[in-house]
Design a protein around this ligand. Structure first.
Ligand code: UN1
Length: 519
């Protein structure tokens, strides 16, 4: 069944396809047309921001506990639609169904966390330095939030923005990835209908990256946007940071990663290999938290690699509706780019993990492939051993099923290697030595650290985000994201009936500085 989907501005579909039409295909079965998409252009984006601006003040006047109830309703309606939403995620971006269900769960978890925040959105009462005066703090909504998200988590990661942004009283313009528009439309419907969100408070824009950037720039110039949230590549993230910086705004940026896993001599190697398989190849290596490089102590390198290779060779790859470790690339364009990354493999590398490298086809088969490889865009899992610090493969994110492996001698060297690519999203260490664990935590530049767990699988109520090329230090999830979608306002109230001047009219108790206890 193919549906036509469009942007929605102020509750009204924006038809006419000013940005052209797009055939949204199932990457596991390219002849399956998921949706016929009418794309918007930069004007569509601006119009959506204007509609959000018009709706925002009335939404901010809805009491926060009532907004919290809307979030509660959204959580329940997502739960009631979990299977169909997960099926759509699998169909549109090829995420294996079990994982897609987990992704839907992450929306529900996020709603469960924030529904109570509506009754809690605390400010403080603070003592004044003067009598008959009281100080207060309030959290105010920022205003209009423009949210631009990737399609590797087409519904969970957007919910990390939309849920707290709406809860805090902001109006939102959401632009999902151009390869996950159907998931975008479904989530939009669940939020608006399931939450009873008024027209204009949440707007959906389906557009390509260029039109979005131009529209965002115009909307910022027009003063329609107060906050930008972006999940995607470091390259586009830095352009968005530059643009918002010119408007004296700081965007919430969640960017790429080159996430390291250190395997120490005391590690449980079976556990480490299982984690490397899950975080290296789950979602075909297309999570921002995917494992980039294993940094194994030289004494356990061979043993670890043998186990990791065996698990990878045996892993079920293929049709994402079946029980597989990973399915196709999110979209054919990621397959094309992955071919470039495979070009970084050098003669000094040893390649393991599959019966071949490159695209899986009938002519370039993967042993045990589940389904018909020629129907979709599938790639062999690729382990590249012997990577060096100067290699492109070591230094850059390789969005796709590729994991590098290198060695170290002393933990300080492992930490240095782990930080060297300059990202800083997620990281992991396998050890049973508490000193190693804490030294690693202290030395690693990443925003997230796993001890005896993979680099993926962050829970929805801990701060999520990175440093360096992975982001500008903004954090999503839990109470920490409230600082992205509210601004602190301080208020002082003087009821003394006088002008009491701060710092000047302050009483002082006089100490006897010469006092000493009797010797
Ligand atoms: C992402 O890839 O953008 O920790 C987010 C994880 C998931 C979220 C990843 N819960 O892997």
């Amino acid at each position: 069944m193919t549906r036509t989907i469009t942007s929605v501005i102020g509750g009204t579909p924006a038809t006419g396809a000013p940005g052209g039409r797009l055939a949204d295909r199932n990457p596991a079965q390219l002849d399956d047309l998921v949706a016929d998409v009418e794309l918007g252009d930069s004007d569509t984006f601006v119009a959506a921001c204007r509609a959000a601006r018009e709706a925002q003040l009335a939404w901010a006047d809805v009491p926060a506990p009532v907004r919290g109830r809307a979030i509660a309703h959204i959580g329940r309606v997502v739960e009631a639609n979990a299977e169909s939403l997960a099926q759509l995620v699998t169909r549109e971006i090829g995420k294996p169904y079990a994982e897609a269900l987990g992704e839907v769960r992450e929306i529900v978890d996020t709603c469960d966390f924030f529904l109570g925040e509506g009754r809690r959105l605390y400010g403080q009462t603070v003592p004044s330095e003067m009598p008959d005066k009281q100080l207060f703090t309030f959290r105010n909504p920022v205003g209009v939030a423009a949210i631009i998200t990737a399609g590797n988590f087409p519904v969970a990661v957007p919910s990390w923005y939309l849920v707290p942004a709406l809860l805090c009283g902001n109006a939102v313009v959401w632009k999902p990835a151009d390869y996950s528009p159907a998931c975008g439309e479904a989530l939009y419907e669940l939020f608006v209908r399931g939450g009873g969100i008024p027209d204009g408070v949440l707007n959906l824009v389906l557009a390509d990256g260029e039109a979005t950037f131009a529209g965002l720039s115009q909307a910022l110039d027009a003063g329609y946007v107060d906050k930008v949230g972006f999940t995607g590549s470091s390259q586009v993230g830095s352009k968005i940071g530059e643009l918002t910086g010119r408007h004296l705004q700081s965007a919430c940026l969640e960017l790429g990663g080159k996430n390291p896993m250190v395997v120490t001599p005391s590690a449980d190697l079976d556990l480490a290999a299982e984690a490397a398989l899950f975080s290296g190849f789950g979602t075909a290596g297309q999570r921002c938290t995917s494992l980039g490089t294993v940094i194994a102590h030289e004494s356990v390198h061979d043993d670890f690699l043998a186990r990791f290779d065996k698990l990878t060779q045996q892993a079920a790859v293929g049709d994402p509706t079946q029980a597989v470790v990973f399915g196709p690339m999110l979209d054919p364009k990621f397959g094309e780019r992955f071919e470039d990354f495979l070009g970084w493999i050098q003669p000094h590398h040893t390649v393991l993990g599959s019966s071949a490298t490159g695209r899986i086809t009938a002519a370039n088969p993967r042993d045990g492939f589940v389904g018909d490889p020629d129907a979709g865009v599938y790639y062999h899992p690729t382990i590249v051993d012997g990577v060096r610090e100067t290699d492109e493969i070591f230094r850059n994110e390789t969005f796709g099923p590729l994991v590098g492996v290198t060695t170290y001698r002393a933990l300080d060297e492992a930490i240095r290697l782990a930080n060297a690519p300059g990202y800083g999203l997620s990281s992991s260490i396998y050890t049973t030595d508490a000193n190693d664990a804490f030294r690693f935590r202290r030395g690693i530049s990443a925003g997230m650290v796993s001890i005896n767990n993979s680099t993926s699988g962050a829970e929805a109520h801990l701060p999520f985000g990175g440093n360096g090329k992975s982001g500008n230090g903004s954090r999503q999830s839990g109470v920490w994201v409230l600082d992205q979608f509210t601004r602190w306002q301080s208020m002082n109230w003087d009821y003394s009936g006088r002008l009491q001047k701060a710092q000047m009219d302050v009483a002082e108790l006089v100490p006897d500085e010469s006092f000493r206890l009797p010797g």
